[in-house]
Design a protein around this ligand. Structure first.
Ligand SMILES: Nc1nc2c(ncn2[C@@H]2O[C@H](COP(=O)(O)OP(=O)(O)OP(=O)(O)O)[C@@H](O)[C@H]2O)c(=O)[nH]1
Ligand SMILES: [Mg+2]
Length: 392
């Protein structure tokens, strides 16, 4: 059920989709943030909302050096936001940043609808798309990390964590006023998190054993990485004939699928991995660390880029940031410009000039995929003869 824990179950089962108003603060002085930066960020927030089953009815943007500490946007903008929410019959407001618990409370009081932030939305999309038990455990861990500092004692702050997967968890059957109740909720969530953490570590140990076996058998490992919706799964399918879910939504893939691939006479494993996004919540990066190890422990990263995205270069930079953050900054990279069948010619030319070693392909039509296989074989031969780093 999309939007289940953001809105509560009744909203999620309604025939019409819940309606949301977006709100963003942009810093004119920051070139990254001003003008098209905010627009792209908002467009992406809208896609996230859409993926989560919400309809965006309006957006309110304010230029200021930094968010208001009490209400995210200033008093005048709060008024504007309130009117936009009323006009659009909105069920919730989504802020394009991470809000403090105080900002959420104040905004909700003044605007009169539920207020969530980008992080909560991304967590909800992840919860929706996690299929394997490991993926689910990791999402729930991330949700708990997000909820813990935001508990309010009235149970609302943690409504529907993991779409109700914390069955009988915090907030249920807990009596007693204010602080005591809050403390009980906190304790239960922490206990739950520590149990989940233990299970994630166990699964991670098993994954490590599989990896060791592969290393012993000298099977090189390739990880497909890249921005969400870049076409990673489509490329895996194209290269291996696999049948991984390909969808025009963000974060369709959360659980790594590993397939065998043969290029020339070389056999390798090819892993599809979770996509990255601007402002990927650190709670998710922490919780998904073991899944993301698939990238940091691989011999080669195939970095897939949606060459038709207007901010492709920014997406490349974001992916590099996250790769560094998860300790995969040193993994050799093969950059692949995908979706050349729809990328505007001019943009493609700019990207090729900027990344002369990149390969241009279309996972959809198969164009350029032959050259990619050749390049893969060459790179795998290189990493195969190179001295393995101690971590592998
Ligand atoms: N036109 C075109 N569309 C493509 C191409 N490759 C993938 N797509 C489309 O792009 C969308 C995303 O593809 P996926 O393979 O699911 O992307 P992903 O990178 O695995 O995305 P996540 O798992 O959500 O991070 C789908 O609608 C695909 O059909 C391509 O070469 N050309
Ligand atoms: Mg995918």
């Amino acid at each position: 059920m999309a939007g289940a824990w953001l809105l509560g179950s009744d909203a999620a089962t309604r025939a019409d989709r819940p309606r949301a108003v977006l709100v963003a603060v942009r810093n004119e002085a920051d070139p990254q943030d001003s003008g098209s930066g905010t627009e792209l960020s908002l467009a992406e927030l809208e896609r996230l909302a859409d993926t989560d089953g919400l309809t965006v009815v309006d957006a309110v943007v304010q230029s200021r050096p930094r968010p208001d500490s009490a209400t995210y946007v200033g008093a005048g903008k709060v008024q504007e936001l309130t009117e936009a929410a009323e006009r659009g019959h909105a069920d919730l407001v989504i802020a394009d940043g991470e809000l403090t618990p105080g900002q959420v409370r104040n905004l909700e009081e003044q605007v009169g609808v539920r207020v969530v932030d980008r992080t909560a939305l991304i967590l909800d999309v992840f919860a929706e798309h996690a299929r394997t038990s490991e993926g689910r455990l990791q999402v729930e861990l991330a949700q708990i990390a997000y909820q813990l500092p935001r508990l309010r004692g009235d149970g609302r702050g943690l409504s529907r964590v993991g779409g109700g997967r914390v069955a009988g968890g915090a907030g249920m059957g807990v009596r007693g006023p204010g602080e005591q109740r809050l403390e009980t909720q906190r304790r239960r969530l922490r206990q739950r998190a520590s149990r989940l953490g233990e299970r994630v570590r166990e699964l991670s140990r098993r994954r490590e054993q599989t990896r060791r076996r592969r290393t012993r058998n000298r099977v090189p490992s390739v990880a497909i990485t890249g921005y969400t919706n870049a076409g990673k799964s489509a490329l895996l399918n194209r290269l291996t004939g696999a049948d991984v879910l390909v969808e025009d939504v963000l974060f369709a893939t959360l659980d790594p699928t590993v397939r065998r691939i043969r290029v020339d006479d070389i056999v390798a494993t090819l892993a599809d991995t979770v996509g990255f996004v601007r402002y990927l919540p650190h709670q998710l990066v922490d919780a998904f660390r073991s899944t993301l190890e698939e990238v940091s422990r691989s011999d080669l990263a195939v970095h897939v880029v949606d060459a038709s995205a207007p901010d492709a270069a920014n997406q490349i930079a974001t992916v590099h940031d996250v790769l560094r953050e998860i300790g995969a900054g040193d993994v050799p990279e093969l950059l692949v410009l995908n979706k050349i069948d729809v990328a505007p010619q001019e943009q493609l030319t700019t990207l090729r000039r900027r990344y002369p070693d990149a390969l241009a392909v279309s996972a959809l039509t198969g164009a350029g995929v032959g050259e990619l296989r050749t390049a893969l074989a060459a790179r795998l031969r290189e990493v195969g003869t190179g001295t393995p780093s101690p971590s592998r």
